[in-house]
Write a protein of this length. Structure first.
Length: 277
């Protein structure tokens, strides 16, 4: 009876488009579309004068192009190295030729955060700009890519959830005969859609782009909470990395909460000092 009530997994090909000998996969397409959509969103934030103190945007419009380039490098290099170093170091140590093979999958968000942060710090230094405001703009757009990336995980039938009796549970290819939580969709809705709406409210209703660091802090805390929550439904593919109680994803997310809170406290104090002065 359990299997009769289970939703059938939509068996979608992981290849979105074939152009001659070139296969374009949903996973890579999600990253590409996410970066371009993020670029468009950053442009819209820069062009909305009421979001900035005294109506003066801090950066020229062409900054969005540089952000797209630097963020793309940070995401792919940081995300791939994060997957290699944080999740499967033993495998890649014995298969070094697989390290650059991003088309086979294997990107770590925590590594992508570090890589993108370093890339944007470099951009800010080269163009003599406020690094925190630059990172605020990037993190405001980041949930778009997270949403699309989790949808690609679902299409690829990877990173599935625990066995479940919920009516929307699915039998994933390669995960055995039992229905499981579609945890990729939980993450798409929380890390992606919900976090995007929270950040948009902070930007448009609270004008927090005027407080450098606040949007970044909210993003780090919001993502970490969403990830920690969703990990309770997701099968931990690297239990040897966790601490028994925490999954690897939860363990790597906890420092993000502390860093995010620290950045928000610092940003609030900076604002208070400016007002007092």
């Amino acid at each position: 009876m359990l299997h009769l009530l289970t939703i059938e997994f939509p068996n979608i090909s992981p290849i979105a488009l074939r152009l001659g000998p070139l296969d374009i996969r949903w996973y890579g397409l999600a990253y590409a579309v996410g970066l371009v959509a993020g670029w468009a969103y950053v442009r819209s934030l820069l062009s909305t004068s009421r979001l900035w103190p005294a109506g003066q945007k801090p950066f020229p419009d062409d900054l969005a192009i540089d952000m797209l380039l630097y963020s793309a490098i940070g995401v792919f290099v940081g995300g791939r190295l994060g997957a290699v170093l944080l999740y499967e170091p033993g495998y890649y140590w014995h298969n070094l030729e697989e390290v650059p093979a991003v088309w086979h999958g294997g990107m770590a968000f925590h590594g992508a955060v570090i890589g993108t942060g370093l890339a944007l710090l470099l951009l800010a230094r080269r163009r003599h700009m406020s690094a925190l405001t630059l990172i605020d703009l990037c993190t405001a757009a980041a949930p778009i890519g997270l949403f699309l990336g989790r949808l690609a995980n679902f299409i690829n039938a990877e990173l599935w959830g625990h066995v479940s009796t919920m009516p929307w549970a699915m039998v994933f290819p390669g995960a055995g005969p039992q229905p499981r939580h579609p945890s990729q969709l939980y993450e798409a809705l929380t890390e992606g859609l919900l976090l995007f709406l929270v950040l948009r409210h902070a930007i448009y209703a609270r004008s927090l782009l005027g407080r450098p660091g606040m949007v970044t802090g909210i993003f780090l805390v919001g993502y970490a909470i969403a990830r920690i929550f969703c990990e309770f439904f997701r099968e931990d593919t690297d239990p040897q990395i966790g601490l028994g109680i925490l999954t690897s994803g939860q363990m790597y997310s906890l420092p993000m909460v502390l860093v995010g809170i620290g950045i928000m406290v610092w940003a609030r104090r900076q604002r208070s000092d400016a007002l007092a002065g």
